[in-house]
Design a protein around this ligand. Structure first.
Ligand SMILES: NC(=O)c1ccc[n+]([C@@H]2O[C@H](COP(=O)([O-])OP(=O)(O)OC[C@H]3O[C@@H](n4cnc5c(N)ncnc54)[C@H](OP(=O)(O)O)[C@@H]3O)[C@@H](O)[C@H]2O)c1
Ligand SMILES: [Zn+2]
Ligand SMILES: [Zn+2]
Length: 344
């Protein structure tokens, strides 16, 4: 065993610096010096929703530099810039893995933190740390030209909205709405705009209108304004819903066009739907999460080609608790990224 320093949960409120274990490299592992790790709302759910004292080091969208390679690794060399997302292993042999959808592995993919390592059964500890050891197949070369801090959030927030946008055929001539202009939402807007769609933001606040326009959206609907919502009935071919809490889907389904789809990626608990909200217009309700290795690589290439990174506020990792508190209050534009250099 080796060790590094990471931000480990104490109770449900805060993280503090601690020495954490990392495994010795297996033949197909690489060690990564973590430079930048995004702060995802899932990190907040994981911390605040913690029931016991299970080990928790959050962080599942990071970039860094390869510091060591295992004996069988051929795809990476020490010094390579890499990006790692929210899954770090899968069985590799089930139908989902064979279809390049490791994120849906029938044996359940190993999550970057809070997962169970397939070999030694240990609980995985995340990227709010100075070093991560990962199976080479689940690290991606970071394309040249992508800023490493801005690219980190592509690895969870970005891929989570990229897969449904692609699977739903978003492109020129399509009208897309994105509800919730946070980490996932702002990347959904950037990606959908770059794919050629006409994009509208749905937000709780008209204050986000300038932000939405800057990101390339043509319009902003205020979700609490009944008149605006009524006027937008049946308007969108695809609606990507990133709202992080349980909410009534009815008003959002009414905005979806005939045969269109609402993809709910934000709140992953039980939902109640009026069948009539689907029946009228033959509408579809869907979801998505993370991405396979192939589509993650495609997303990174697309982002490099279109100059897309997240809009980030970079903080020294020592301010992680402040970042989490501000994220809980919605005080972020549009993603916090921790700079882990202060753990050296
Ligand atoms: N499917 C997956 O695999 C996956 C992956 C990553 C994250 N997630 C989940 O996706 C959700 C969003 O994550 P994120 O990191 O983008 O969060 P975030 O940065 O906090 O953004 C969420 C946005 O939703 C809106 N919002 C927040 N609280 C709300 C409330 N109470 N009611 C209505 N709208 C609200 C806000 O936008 P406005 O101010 O514009 O209204 C906020 O900016 C989280 O639940 C996270 O766990 C899922
Ligand atoms: Zn995430
Ligand atoms: Zn599998």
């Amino acid at each position: 065993m080796r060790s590094t320093t990471g931000w480990r949960a104490h109770g449900q409120d805060s993280l503090s610096a601690a020495t954490i274990p990392r495994r010795d490299l297996r033949p197909d592992d690489i060690a990564v010096r973590v430079d930048f790790c995004g702060v995802c709302h899932t990190d907040l759910h994981s911390l605040r929703g913690r029931s016991g004292d299970e080990p928790l080091v959050p962080g599942h969208e990071f970039t860094g530099v390869v510091s060591e390679v295992g004996a069988d690794v051929t795809g990476f060399r020490v010094g390579d810039a890499v990006a790692v997302g929210n899954i770090v292993d899968s069985c590799g042999t089930c139908s989902m893995c064979l279809a390049d959808q490791e994120n849906f592995c029938r044996e359940f993919p190993t999550l970057t933190y809070g997962g169970t390592d397939r070999h030694d059964g240990s609980t995985t500890l995340g990227g709010f740390s100075r070093e991560y050891v990962v199976r080479d197949r689940f690290a991606h070369p970071l394309p040249a030209g992508l800023d490493p801090a801005g690219a980190a959030p592509l690895m969870c927030a970005g891929i989570t909205v990229w897969e449904p946008l692609r699977a739903l055929g978003v492109g020129p001539g399509m009208r897309v709405a994105v509800s919730g202009l946070g980490g996932l939402g702002h990347l959904a807007v950037k990606l959908a705009v770059a794919l050629g769609a006409e994009v509208t933001v749905i937000s709780r606040s008209a204050d986000r209108a300038a932000d939405a326009a800057e990101l390339g959206a043509v319009d902003l609907l205020v979700s609490t304004d009944a008149d605006q919502m009524a006027a937008a009935r049946d308007r969108f071919d695809v609606l990507i819903d990133t709202i992080p809490v349980a909410h009534d889907l009815g008003p959002y389904l009414k905005l979806v066009a005939m045969d269109g789809t609402l993809s709910q990626v934000g709140f992953l608990g039980p939902v109640t739907v009026e069948a009539l909200d689907l029946l009228v217009g033959r509408k579809k309700l869907s979801s998505a999460g993370s991405g396979g290795r192939a589509s993650t690589a495609a997303m990174l290439e697309f982002c490099a080609a279109h100059g897309i990174t997240a809009d980030v506020e970079v903080l020294p990792s020592g301010q992680v608790n402040e970042a989490l508190d501000r994220l809980a209050r919605g005080d972020v534009r549009h993603r916090f990224v921790l700079d882990l250099a202060d753990l050296s």
